[in-house]
Every structure is written in structure tokens, then in C-alpha cells.
Design a protein around this ligand. Structure first.
Ligand code: FAS
Ligand code: PHB
Length: 390
């Protein structure tokens, strides 16, 4: 088999890149380890920056988003008994975010790829990457028990944190930066109306909680839990009781419990791998970086990586220029690190850290008070939350 760009991974990064390349007439094949059903079963992000929204429209996958996406021009941060609304639109000259689940993004991209007759090989096993330090990279894999090989011009490693692409980087070249947080997020998806019309990030003496949503009839809630927690310890009743104790009374009164349709615990980490390019292998999305979900940046960073990588590949094929490819890693990392900082900062502001001293807590409260009382401080939060320019 031969293609121009071999894409490893059919999550949002791989599907978005594949769709943009296909629409630009650049041949590509996606190799995905799991089934399409499994990929769609993962419940993850919920907030899209404008850059992601624009990319989905450019990829021909924005129709449902335009109909069902919820435009949000603010969100609330609550700290103990105090609450403050971050007026995103007022502080950023009218910008907003769109609430639309990653599951829907993935489904829309899968549908668009099918309509464009894009080739995605699901349940591709034992994917290995070869010769990407030369001019003729190739990808070996097993499909239905048969060993196969895909030769290509470039490999896009869009296979997430646990993928094979970053692991294939030459020894001694990769630099990794990581911070693992001493807690995780227990998330619940439930078919009840959201407790508030905008997102509420709450921090209190019992820990962090987030009230989010997927639609006017489907809510997404999170509570901070210790790293050794398991979902077996958390009945739906226990979850909703704890959630109500962590959010402002006015919000708690509107939390409608119901049978969870998904319940999972995600560990929180900050992670960056540098560089994001190794010869003709390029990393994009979670394959290269992870952020704690507090700042709603994970999926949105995958979008900016894909923007830069797609533009660079199009420039290579259509303008015969390598400038974009040569600049990709530094350009992507410049935006990645700013989102890493914001996500790390927001996580530090809102979570109860084990061993936190009374001084630490007072400083966190002072940070909240500063944001609530200073437009300058609130503007910094708002412009990072809507997404820094590409
Ligand atoms: P993904 O991990 O989504 O996709 C990678 C794909 O590659 C997968 O389908 C995988 O099966 C495949 N793959 C892996 N190894 C392979 C191999 N060897 N061969 C072939 N295929 C392979 N972000 C937010 O903004 N907000 C959130 O609330 C949020 N919650 C999250 C919760 C969890 C549990 C996780 C893990 C992430 C969360 N994220 C969140 C971040 C998440 O949304 C990612 O940023 C997003 O999925 C990134 O997309 P991809 O880069 O495509 O990686
Ligand atoms: C979500 O709805 O899943 C969500 C929203 C905002 C975040 C994290 C997760 O910061």
C-alpha cells in the first residue's frame, strides 16, 4: 500500500488532519488500533475554542456543531462562599467558546471522512514506524491477522499519550517534561438538565467540582478524587451528594440527579514532549502533550497542532516549500506551553492539594479575590480560556 501521509490514530487529531488533507487533494490513510465504536465510546472534552470550530467547518464537519453547539460567553468560578462570573465576551471584545462534546466532534469527523471516501483502517494491530529519518518512511501493521505495510512520504503521529509514535522517537533525542497531580477527576454523564446555564468551576474545603453540560438535556459533572479512588466506591447517589456539597447552594439546588450513563476517573497530568518532529514523523495532539482538563485545553491544543501541520503539509505538496514543516515543532510548542501554563495555573487555583497548609489556602483565596476584583486579572483568565491566537 502507498499514500502521501500515513496518520496513526483516529481520534480528533487524526480524523481532523485526515479530513483537511483529503479536501486539499492530499492522499492519506489513517491506522487506528481500536474499533470505531470503541473510539466513540470515550467521553472526554466538552469545550471548543473558536479555532477548533473554524477547523471543523473547514473540514466539512461543522453542520451539526452549528445546529447543536451551545455558545457560551462566560463561566463562573466559585471559591468557598464566593462566586464570580468571568465575562468572556466583555473581556475579550466579544469572543466566546462552544460547548459541544468530543464524542460528537469525533462522530462528525468520521461521517465527513466516510462521505469523502477517506480510508481508515480500524483495529490495525502491531503498528510500527520505520525509516522516517529518511525520504521513504513506512508503517508496518497487522490487519485481520495479515501483515501489511504502508509506504508514505510523511507519518503524522496522532495516536495519543499511550501511542507508538512518540515511543518511536530516536533514543536520546526526545526531551519530556511532566508534572503528575496527586488527584484525579471522577466524571459522570447524566441525562438531566444542566444545573446552570453556564459552566461552574467550584473550589471548596472538600475539593474541586465542575458543572458542565453536553446539551440542554444532558449534563457532565466532575468531582476531584484522590488518585487511589475507584468508581466502584462511587454510587450515583454518593456522587451527586458530594457534588452538591462542593458547589454554591444556588447551583446545588438545581443539580438533578439521575442514572449515570458514563462514569470514569481520569488522572491529571501536565506533559510535553519536545521536539514534535523527527525527520518525516510529526507528532500532534495528545501524542505530544497532555494538560489537566481544568482549562479545557486538551482537545483545543490538538486543533492548533493540526492547523499548523496541515498548513505545512499543504505548503510542501502545493508550493514545494519545506518552510512550514521545518517550523512546525517550534511553532506548535510555543502555543502548547502557553496552554500548559494556563492549565497548570487553573488546576493550582481550584484544587485542594494533599498537605496544603493554611498559608497555601489563603494564597489561593487571594488569587480568586484578585480575579474577582481586577478586570486585568479576569481578562488574563478570559483570553486564555477562549484560546490564544494561533
Ligand atoms: P486521542 O487519545 O483522543 O486519540 C488517539 C487515538 O490513537 C486513539 O483512538 C487510540 O486508540 C489510537 N492509538 C493509540 N495507540 C495506537 C497505535 N499504536 N496504533 C494505532 N492507533 C493507536 N480535554 C479537554 O479539553 N477537556 C476534558 O475534559 C478532557 N477530558 C479527558 C479525559 C480523559 C480520560 C482523557 C484521556 C483525555 C481528556 N481530555 C480532555 C483530553 C482529550 O480530549 C484529548 O486532548 C483529545 O482526545 C486529543 O485527541 P487526540 O490527540 O486525537 O488523542
Ligand atoms: C467537559 O464538559 O467535559 C469539560 C468542560 C470544561 C473543562 C473540562 C471538561 O475544563
Amino acid at each position: 500500500m502507498r499514500t502521501q501521509v500515513a496518520i496513526i490514530g483516529a481520534g480528533p487529531s487524526g480524523l481532523l488532519l485526515g479530513q483537511l488533507l483529503t479536501r486539499a487533494g492530499i492522499d492519506n490513510v489513517i491506522l487506528e488500533r481500536r474499533s470505531a465504536e470503541y473510539v466513540l465510546s470515550r467521553i472526554r472534552a466538552g469545550v471548543l475554542e473558536r479555532g477548533m470550530v473554524d477547523l471543523l467547518h473547514e473540514a466539512g464537519a461543522g453542520e451539526r456543531l452549528a445546529k447543536l453547539g451551545l455558545t457560551h460567553d462566560g463561566f463562573t468560578i466559585a471559591f468557598d462562599e464566593a462566586s464570580h462570573r468571568i465575562d468572556i465576551a466583555g473581556l475579550t471584545g466579544g469572543k466566546a467558546v462552544t460547548v459541544y462534546g468530543q464524542t460528537e466532534v469525533t462522530a462528525d469527523l468520521m461521517d465527513a471522512r466516510k462521505r469523502a471516501n477517506g480510508v481508515t483502517i480500524y483495529e490495525a494491530e502491531d503498528v510500527t514506524l520505520h525509516d522516517f529519518d529518511g525520504a521513504r518512511p513506512r508503517v508496518a501493521f497487522v490487519q485481520d491477522g495479515v501483515a501489511k505495510e504502508l509506504s508514505c512520504d510523511f507519518i503524522a503521529g496522532c495516536d495519543g499519550y499511550h501511542g507508538v509514535s512518540r515511543a518511536s522517537a530516536p533514543a536520546g533525542v526526545l526531551k519530556e517534561f511532566e508534572r503528575v497531580y496527586p488527584f484525579g477527576w471522577l466524571g459522570v454523564l447524566v441525562d438531566t438538565p444542566p444545573a446552570a446555564h453556564e459552566l461552574v468551576y467550584a473550589s471548596g474545603e472538600r475539593g474541586f467540582a465542575l458543572c458542565s453540560m453536553r446539551s440542554p438535556t444532558r449534563s457532565r459533572y466532575y468531582v476531584q478524587v484522590p488518585l487511589d479512588e475507584t468508581i466502584e466506591n462511587w454510587s450515583d447517589d454518593r456522587f451527586f451528594d458530594e457534588l452538591r456539597r462542593r458547589v454554591p447552594a444556588g447551583v446545588a439546588a438545581n443539580v438533578k440527579s439521575g442514572p449515570s450513563i458514563e462514569k470514569s476517573i481520569a488522572p491529571l497530568r501536565s506533559f510535553v514532549a519536545e521536539p514534535m518532529r523527527f525527520g518525516r514523523l510529526f507528532l500532534a495532539g495528545d501524542a505530544a502533550h497532555i494538560v489537566p482538563p481544568t482549562g479545557a485545553k486538551g482537545l483545543n491544543l490538538a486543533a492548533s497542532d493540526v492547523r499548523y501541520l496541515f498548513d505545512a503539509l499543504r505548503e510542501h505538496y502545493l508550493d514545494r516549500s519545506a518552510a512550514g514543516l521545518d517550523a512546525y515543532s517550534a511553532r506548535a510548542l510555543a502555543r502548547v506551553w502557553k496552554a500548559e501554563r494556563f492549565s497548570w495555573w487553573m488546576t493550582g487555583l481550584l484544587h485542594l492539594f494533599p498537605g496544603e497548609t493554611p498559608f497555601d489556602r489563603r494564597v489561593r483565596r487571594a488569587e480568586f479575590d484578585y480575579i474577582a476584583q481586577s478586570n486585568h486579572a479576569a481578562s488574563a483568565v478570559a483570553e486564555n480560556y477562549v484560546g490564544l491566537p494561533y
